[in-house]
Design a protein around this ligand. Structure first.
Ligand SMILES: O=C(O)c1cccc(C(=O)CC[C@H]2O[C@@H](n3cnc4c(=O)[nH]cnc43)[C@H](O)[C@@H]2O)c1
Length: 225
């Protein structure tokens, strides 16, 4: 029986994503939660789990935000995997006559968390996930114009989802490294639910986590490179 070297928390938005991960990754030391949809609930749920573990004297050494995502075509096609080398809140700020200003340009807060580079490389290698920026939004993109604007502001963006930055903020509050691994269920752009391939994305998520056990076993929490 393999065991994760450190305690790992995997936070998805909904039970279907959690169960897709559970189908592949039943490791002692790895806990799965369906944290809820959107950055606020994801942050609250993740922070609660991290605090509970810390108070029990068994803190987590790694937090993973996982689930489905929209992919920026052609960079991340439907069914592909993306691992975040940058977890960025893309609509946390202010709308101005000259366009969007992130909170960091308003003088406060943060909009980006960076997972450990070595871990991102290992995850990309073993799963085939593309490394790039994963954007967190509170409002899912529904037009080609917004998709283009997001890519213009974030030229390395591969995917858009709604929880990663919230999970990363909770992890940062506990000084715990964070990772975001997503399977693309739909193209980011005009709202077209018929184009969604949620089943294929969940299957890709299961396959990816089926390859992660050795990476999680050997992960050294002191290796924040
Ligand atoms: O009804 C719509 O048009 C619509 C468009 C985008 C996203 C949604 C959701 O309900 C997303 C909920 C859930 O799935 C993740 N997700 C998947 N694809 C996307 C996306 O293109 N943009 C943002 N989030 C996405 C997300 O993390 C949520 O947990 C509905």
């Amino acid at each position: 029986m393999t065991t994760s070297a450190v305690r790992v928390l995997v936070a998805t938005a909904v039970p279907a994503e959690r169960d897709a991960v559970a189908r592949a990754l039943a490791l002692p030391g790895v806990d799965l939660i369906a944290a809820g949809v959107g950055p606020a609930l994801a942050a609250a749920s993740t922070a609660t789990a991290l605090t509970t573990a810390a108070l029990e004297g068994a803190p987590y050494g790694l937090v993973v935000s996982a689930g489905i995502a929209g992919g920026f075509v052609p960079h991340a096609p439907v069914g592909s995997l993306v691992v975040a080398d940058e977890i960025t809140a893309a609509d946390l700020g202010a709308e101005t006559p000259d366009g969007f200003l992130p909170v960091t340009e308003l003088g406060f807060g943060t909009v980006t968390h960076r997972p450990p580079e070595a871990l991102v490389r290992e995850v990309a290698t073993v799963t085939g996930a593309r490394p790039g920026a994963v954007l967190t939004v509170s409002t899912a993109t529904g037009t080609a114009t917004r998709a283009a604007r997001l890519r213009e502001r974030h030229p390395t963006a591969l995917a858009e989802a709604m929880e990663g930055f919230g999970v990363a903020e909770a992890a940062a509050a506990h000084r715990t490294p964070v990772l975001e691994l997503r399977a693309v269920s739909n193209p980011v752009g005009p709202r077209d639910r018929a184009a969604w391939r949620i089943g294929d994305a969940l299957a890709a998520l299961t396959e990816a986590f089926g390859k992660l056990a050795p990476v999680l076993e050997s992960w050294n929490p002191h290796d924040h490179r």
